[in-house]
Design a protein around this ligand. Structure first.
Ligand code: SF4
Length: 56
């Protein structure tokens, strides 16, 4: 899911995925919005940010 990259971080989200194009210094997410998957997750390991896009 490709979204716009904002200047400001999403409040209440800490993300440490520094390889993501939306990652901001200080473990912030600069995506305009994010989507977390899947709907039927049963533990922490199963959940992922579907908005993740690798830095180029
Ligand atoms: S889009 Fe997802 S993986 Fe990328 S910085 Fe934001 S929360 Fe982290």
């Amino acid at each position: 899911m490709r979204v716009e990259k904002d200047d400001s971080a999403i409040s209440r989200v800490k993300c440490v995925v520094s390889s993501c194009r939306y990652y901001g210094h200080g473990d912030h997410c600069l995506a305009s919005h994010i989507e977390i998957q899947p709907p039927d997750a049963s533990d922490t390991e199963e959940t992922d940010c579907a908005t993740f896009s690798p830095k180029r």
